[in-house]
Design a protein around this ligand. Sequence first.
Ligand code: HEC
Length: 86
Amino acid sequence: MAAAAAALLALAGCTRPLPDAESPAAIAYARQCGLCHPPHQPSLLTAAMWKIQVERMVEMRARRGLPPLTTAEQQVILDYLTSHAG
Ligand code: HEC
């Protein structure tokens, strides 16, 4: 399981591993937010900026015809990003 997660994150093309890379929240983030571009480092943006970006990206998914994130998934991802925000 940990190896699979590490492989997934490596595939996402990160130069630096994500914080807490093996936590379920980091894995959900890498999986859901790494579909169209490699997942960005959470420290790149402030918590307030992440809130805006996640909302934008939810619209981006809809525009591309991807199934919406569940409210729970969106919350887990936003919590992960804001708790490691810059
Ligand atoms: C359906 C494809 C898709 C998914 C899924 C997606 N993104 Fe994006 N994202 C894009 C595209 C295309 C851009 C560039 C255009 C733009 O910023 O409007 C982008 C840009 C960004 C940027 C801005 C980068 C910059 O340089 O300004 C951030 C931050 C970001 N995405 C975060 C996320 C997060 C967080 C998630 C998960 C909630 C996510 N993305 C999921 C397509 C996607």
